[in-house]
Design a protein. Structure first.
Lengths: 188, 386
């Protein structure tokens, strides 16, 4: 059994070389995803955040402002798909305002969204998390959540790619999904 | 209206081409007629001499290596390589190499990708055909009694059969397991050649069953991840042995990221390997730096992905003012797109072009436009190619 980091538990599925490409994460899966995003040696070119509810992640290890700062600094094309916030949902709106302040973030609403999927990609490499957790401090700090973290090693590469394609193409072009804010790049 | 309907797409939800997800996409090879011809030629020749393909496809990220491997597999599986007389048994997998990986790790991945069931079935079929299975296996495995013993016992039920498979795949067995299996040592004690001997024997076994095994090994740039000198040497030996003329039973087509031959790992570009594989079997995928090349790529691609009847009807009924040749682009937008795509040679690659095409279409979809115009191309392409 390969060595597992804290919070990685349960079943792991390895490649023939013995390294896991898929791991069950039972503790703070979203935080584990963000940890990889911040600590990976890869310079990501794209990120997908699919979460019905999004919070500013205050009081957690990685705040949304920090995520956006990295996205801006490294010019990471970031696709956010979430549900439209209710009139009085200041919590969700605040997070969307933070995301909307970045030129490299696209935001779309899908009112039937229930999926939670997060993917970071650099060319053919990267990782994705599919699970129960929203991108909120509650899911990081309080809720019991579970997620499957897939790395682009061996068979994991195809899985990460499929997760990414589903989110960035299929979900973005679903008739239920509406563009709210596009990525803005210098026009020639 | 769905996205696919909006753009008259045929049998797909987007402009994405990915044979790993949709097997039907393996038939596509756009915009590189010389490369396409060369792939066909080298595949055709390989079955005459040396008997199976030994080919390395390399190019930068996004240049279409994976698609090339799938396309070659498609040619074989669809009888388009007439010199391949036997039924091709293709095995496609992504190589996974880390710091301590050696020939044993590579061999394990090859055998696991091929699968125990296939090899067991070949042994079983041979058993039905010949009077002396052990004698026949001895011919196939060059008289190596351990390999013969392990191959022979594959037919046994799960326990012993699985132990035999583990031995053939190069896993280390305990002394009692070796004894029960009837072999005198673990595989690999004589180095990489030991593993290749098993693989070549398995290839001959397939041939005796009228099949020919061809591995398509993708992501071979991972060979760079091998860290220790003895590991690098071991991996190089494995490839060198597979490349030997003596191996005419197991084909191997490798895809690896690299701008030039020199960027490839030692296992693929060392003189001892290149001289055996032959320079003509190193196929480089280059950038699409010329506008015309992008133009051909995109035209051919749209020609395949768009339902032409539906598009023609749409163009006519909605008076879109575009031609079928460039739909869903306006003529001007099509030209502009090709210019953007070829402006920076390092970005002029199929993957980038397909991504930009999808993004342009999504932008048009967001704006409720039936076509991709210049404004959309100007808004979108700098994000992808900029």
């Amino acid at each position: 059994m390969p060595e597992m980091a804290q919070g990685e538990t349960g079943t792991t599925e390895g490649t023939a070389s013995g390294r896991p490409y898929v791991q069950l994460i039972t503790e703070r899966p979203v935080e584990r995803f963000l940890q990889r995003f911040f600590l990976s040696s890869l310079r990501f070119d794209s990120m997908l955040l699919v979460s019905p509810i999004i919070g500013a992640l205050r009081g957690t290890r990685y705040r949304l402002e920090q995520v956006v700062a990295k996205v801006r600094a490294e010019r990471i094309r970031t696709y956010v798909i979430t549900t439209p916030p209710a009139e009085d949902d200041r919590y969700h709106r605040e997070a969307l305002d933070i995301l909307a302040g970045c030129d490299w973030v696209e935001i779309r609403y899908n009112s039937s969204l229930h999926a939670k999927l997060y993917v970071c990609k650099h060319q053919d490499r990267g990782f994705g998390l599919l699970g129960s957790a929203n991108l909120t401090p509650t899911s990081v700090l309080r809720n019991t959540e579970v997620g499957v973290l897939v790395s682009s090693r061996g068979p994991g590469q195809g899985l990460v790619h499929e997760m990414y394609e589903w989110g960035t193409v299929r979900l973005r072009t679903s008739p239920d999904t509406k563009l709210v804010k596009r990525i803005s790049a210098p026009r020639r | 209206m769905e996205f696919r309907e909006h753009f008259c797409l045929k049998d797909r939800h987007s402009f994405t081409i990915d044979a790993a997800i949709n097997a039907e996409d393996a038939r596509f090879y756009f915009g590189r007629p010389e490369t396409k011809e060369r792939l066909q030629k080298q595949l055709r020749r390989s079955f005459t001499q040396p008997g199976v393909p030994k080919i390395v496809v390399f190019g930068p990220y996004g240049s279409g290596k994976t698609q090339t491997l799938y396309y070659m597999e498609h040619l074989l599986l669809n009888g388009e390589v007439t010199s391949c007389r036997l039924k091709p048994r293709t095995v496609h997998y992504n190589l996974d190499i880390h710091g301590n990986s050696n020939a044993g790790d590579w061999h394990l991945q090859m055998l696991e990708a091929l699968g125990k069931d296939a090899v067991t079935q070949w042994v079983g079929s041979l058993f039905e055909k010949v009077a002396d299975l052990r004698g026949e296996l001895a011919v196939l495995f060059d008289g190596d009694s351990n390999m013969v013993a392990a191959a022979n016992r594959l037919r046994e039920p799960a326990g012993p059969g699985m132990t035999a498979w583990r031995w053939l795949a190069g896993q280390k067995l305990s002394n009692p397991e070796l004894e029960t299996l009837g072999v005198t040592r673990n595989l690999g004690t004589t180095g990489a050649s030991d593993f290749v001997s098993v693989l070549v024997g398995v290839g001959r076994l397939a041939q005796r069953n009228d099949e020919t095994v061809i591995f398509f090994v993708d992501e071979a740039e991972q060979l760079h991840d091998a860290g220790k000198a003895d590991c690098i040497e071991s991996l190089k030996d494995y490839m060198r042995k597979l490349a030997e003329p003596a191996n005419n039973s197991v084909g191997i087509v490798v895809g690896a990221m690299g701008h030039t031959l020199d960027d490839l790992a030692a296992s693929l570009m060392h003189d001892s390997v290149t001289s055996r594989i032959g320079k003509q079997n190193y196929i480089e995928l280059t950038f699409m730096a010329a506008v015309d090349t992008v133009h051909s790529f995109l035209s051919e691609m749209l020609g395949e992905l768009i339902d032409r009847d539906a598009a023609e009807k749409r163009i006519h009924e909605d008076k879109l003012g575009v031609t079928l040749d460039t739909y869903p682009f306006t003529d001007e937008a099509f030209g502009l797109f090709c210019t953007y795509a070829s402006e920076d040679p390092s970005k002029a690659l199929p993957r980038q072009i397909i991504m930009a095409l999808n993004e342009c279409a999504i932008e048009a979809w967001d704006q409720g436009k039936a076509t991709v115009d210049e404004s959309i191309v100007n808004d979108t392409c700098p994000i992808v190619f900029g």
